[in-house]
Design a protein around this ligand. Structure first.
Ligand SMILES: NC(=O)c1ccc[n+]([C@@H]2O[C@H](COP(=O)([O-])OP(=O)(O)OC[C@H]3O[C@@H](n4cnc5c(N)ncnc54)[C@H](OP(=O)(O)O)[C@@H]3O)[C@@H](O)[C@H]2O)c1
Length: 282
């Protein structure tokens, strides 16, 4: 399949590599062009603009940082995509934005699927992502082979925007769990308990999210090398708060959590892993 892949950051570069290795015909674009080099060595072609990546593509995939960046780049790639082609947005954005992009695409006779992912750098590399896909059944069926190459499972969630809906919920819980866990460890340390012991005991209890068990060794080693940038989980909290505001759903504890991640960003932790909130709080 002829695929234009736009956004070769931590996630996009690895997902695109899996599509390329599976034999698809990729034209890739990234603002920082040097990040395309590895894909070029695998056989992809590097484009100098989003439009060049999208021209003639059957499918355009975007894996970009924020809704604003996605919106900005649509101005370049949507007008040149062949009529009837599909745009899959994998970036983590907010549901009303996904629906807006669906309408915008329809104006160009482009079919749209929102398919954000759960799973981080290693899952992207090993093609073990969980896809959360929203859109018309026909489009989702057409795209299933691509999801299967990049991920281990796809949840088909019905209408457009539902993929993004579920992604918001997952990431707000990830942010809150990480902060709550960090505060519990801080208090435990204040009680005079050993950090390693606390990490082992708490992660063995059902009240702790399983992801903390996966992060345990890194937390103990003080390893906050980036898999999922802290600045992007802060962005996701803001998007969830915006969504809650649109729906008039109060989210009092999420507002508190937002302030914690904002402080961590302001103290220079934005480019560390999101789990660096542990470092900030313990
Ligand atoms: N990392 C994770 O664990 C993870 C997991 C699931 C979902 N996500 C989501 O996936 C998306 C990408 O995340 P990531 O971790 O891959 O982030 P990343 O490494 O920071 O990549 C961001 C991408 O957006 C591009 N970009 C940013 N600003 C731009 C602009 N003004 N114009 C053009 N391109 C721009 C970057 O280009 P440059 O390379 O030139 O900066 C890069 O390709 C985010 O929405 C994130 O929330 C991340």
């Amino acid at each position: 399949m002829k695929i234009g892949f736009i956004g070769l950051g931590i996630m996009g570069s690895r997902m695109a590599a899996n599509l390329q290795k599976a034999g698809h015909d990729l034209v890739v674009y990234n603002r920082t062009a040097s990040k395309a080099q590895e894909l070029v060595s695998l056989g992809a072609r590097s484009a100098e603009s989003p439009a060049e990546a999208a021209r003639g593509a059957e499918v355009v995939i975007t894996m970009l940082s924020t809704p604003d960046v996605v919106k900005q780049l649509t101005e370049e790639f949507l007008p040149v995509m062949p009529k009837g082609a599909i745009w899959i947005d994998i970036s983590t954005v907010n549901p009303s934005f996904s629906r807006e992009m669906g309408k915008l695409s329809a104006g160009y006779q482009i079919r749209f699927v929102d398919a954000p992912v759960a799973g981080s750098k290693v899952a992207a590399e090993n093609a073990e992502l969980l896809f959360l896909a929203g859109g018309k059944e026909e489009e989702l069926t057409d795209m299933a082979p691509l999801f299967d190459i990049m991920g281990k499972k796809t949840l088909y969630l019905g209408e457009m925007g539902n993929g993004t809906n579920v992604k918001m919920l997952i990431n707000l819980m990830l942010a809150q769990s990480m902060a709550t866990f960090s505060e519990a460890i801080a208090l435990g340390k204040g009680m005079g308990l050993a950090e390693g012991q606390l990490l082992n005991i708490l992660t063995a209890t059902p009240v702790v999210a399983p992801v903390m068990g996966l992060l345990k060794e890194r937390l103990l080693d003080g390893n906050f090398d980036v898999n999922f940038p802290l600045r992007w989980i802060h962005k996701d909290i803001m998007l969830a708060l915006d969504t809650a505001s649109e729906l008039s759903v109060p989210m009092p504890s999420l507002g508190q959590t937002e302030a914690l991640y904002k402080n961590a960003m302001d103290s220079g932790m934005g480019d560390l892993d999101f789990s660096a909130i542990y470092k900030a709080l313990t």
